[in-house]
Each structure stands twice: as structure tokens, then as C-alpha cells.
Ligand binder design. Structure first.
Ligand SMILES: [Zn+2]
Length: 253
């Protein structure tokens, strides 16, 4: 019995040592390319998962265990932009919004609640874009390039201009299934601007943020998009009130 306990302790400590080594390795940039977007927010949100860390690993090793559970708990804050491409093979499990558009199934209830509240406030909203595949994003890029070519730009220039307004495949937040573009559902009742104003004021109640503010284009790499809202969960109010963009928020110590 004693021997078995001793073995258990030995196996446990070897396991912990491996975790420590793995964490250090990833920390120092030795991780795979796709680690980047997932691990980037760990600093910011480690406090959120600290209770599960201690539960799952035991009381003696609280410092070594933050990396593992954060990845699953942190999906809400996953960062995808030009310098943080989609994790390879990432495929959210999708749910239908309106018969046309889909989102990550986990955010559907919050999106629906937001749209219902807007409706009851007299603000009819429709989803104009949501989840996109790599191929969808490529098609948008191709169409944009064709548009510029038709206007007489050379192919290099057309490509460059297109990349200013359309995210490269693999770098669009829409591919996460956590972002939606929203507009008015009834032009007679409400302009798109009125919809966006309502959303900017109310989105955080439902876990969404205005993802690409006008004064943050140098940090987000995306032009002001009053229609693009991103689900981040419980941090939404803090982000919207702070005036920070997601990139800045995730970089907070
Ligand atoms: Zn969008």
C-alpha cells in the first residue's frame, strides 16, 4: 500500500515536472505557430481559471498549472488578426441563426437575446454576415480584387487595396464564429446608423463588443466598422467602458 502511494507520488511529480517544462517552453516562444492566439490571452485571464487550476492539480502546485485549462476556458477571448492567424484546423461547432447565417453554437443564446431586446426596444436588426470559412474569405478577397481591377488598377495595386478592406483568409475573426455584422432589418423603421448606435450602447450587456473602433485602426489593423460585433463574454463591459480594443485589453498585465 505504501509502495503504491510512493509510486503514485513519483508519477505525479514526473507529470508535474513535464508540465513545468512544457509551460516554460511555450512561454519562451518555442510553441507551435498556432499556440500564439490561444496562449496570448493567458496573462490577462489567468485569474479566471485559478480556481480550477488548484482543484485539478492539488494544493502544492498552483504556479505551474495555469496553461492547461486556460485554453478551453479562454475561447471567448481568442485573438485573430493579421499577426494572429486562425489556429490550424480550428473548427467551431456551429448553430444556425436565421436560416442563412451560422455562429459558434456557444454564443447563439447571447446573440438571440441581444436581437430580441433590440426588437423590443423598436430596433429591428438583421445579421448580414457571421461565420465564414476560409473559402468564403478567399472569395470575398477575390471579388474585392476584381472590383479594383475593373476600376483600372494594376494587379499588385488591386491586391494591396483589397487587403486594406478585406482580411486575408485565415486572419478574419469571422472564421472563429464569434463575430457578426449587423444592420437594420427594416429601412423604413430604422437606419443602419440607429441600429449601430443602439448596439454600441447595449452590446456589452450581452457579452459583445464593438471590435473595430474608429480610434484604434492602427492597433486592430482594420478600418472602423460600426457594424462588426464580437462576442467576448463577461469582459465585454470592461472592454467597452475602458475604450480599449481587444488587442490592448489582452496585453494588459
Ligand atoms: Zn465583420
Amino acid at each position: 500500500m505504501k509502495q503504491r502511494n510512493r509510486n503514485k507520488i513519483r508519477i505525479l511529480s514526473i507529470g508535474l515536472m513535464l508540465i513545468v517544462i512544457a509551460v516554460c517552453w511555450i512561454w519562451q516562444g518555442g510553441g507551435w505557430q498556432w499556440e500564439q492566439p490561444i496562449t496570448a490571452p493567458t496573462v490577462r485571464t489567468s485569474h479566471l481559471s485559478s480556481h480550477t487550476d488548484t482543484e485539478s492539480v492539488g494544493t502544492t502546485t498552483t504556479t505551474t498549472s495555469t496553461a492547461t485549462p486556460v485554453q478551453t476556458e479562454n475561447w471567448r477571448l481568442m485573438l485573430v488578426n493579421r499577426s494572429h492567424p486562425m489556429p490550424e484546423g480550428y473548427q467551431p461547432s456551429l448553430a444556425d441563426v436565421d436560416g442563412v447565417h451560422q455562429v459558434d453554437a456557444r454564443i447563439l443564446p447571447y446573440l438571440q437575446q441581444m436581437l430580441e431586446k433590440a426588437e423590443s426596444d423598436g430596433i429591428p436588426i438583421r445579421v448580414t454576415s457571421a461565420y465564414r470559412t476560409d473559402a468564403d474569405q478567399q472569395q470575398m478577397m477575390d471579388e474585392k480584387i476584381a472590383e479594383y481591377l475593373a476600376q483600372g488598377y494594376g494587379s499588385d495595386e488591386a491586391e494591396q487595396l483589397a487587403e486594406e478592406t478585406v482580411a486575408l483568409p485565415g486572419t478574419s475573426e469571422h472564421q472563429l464564429g464569434l463575430a457578426v455584422d449587423l444592420s437594420t432589418a427594416d429601412w423604413n423603421a430604422m437606419s443602419a446608423q440607429e441600429v449601430w448606435d443602439w448596439l454600441a450602447a447595449n452590446c456589452s450587456d450581452f457579452g459583445f463588443i464593438l471590435r473595430y473602433p474608429a480610434d484604434k485602426t492602427d492597433l486592430t489593423g482594420i478600418a472602423y466598422e460600426p457594424w462588426h460585433f464580437r462576442y467576448v463574454g463577461e469582459d465585454a463591459a470592461a472592454i467597452m467602458e475602458s475604450g480599449l480594443c481587444l488587442e490592448e485589453f489582452l496585453a494588459l498585465p
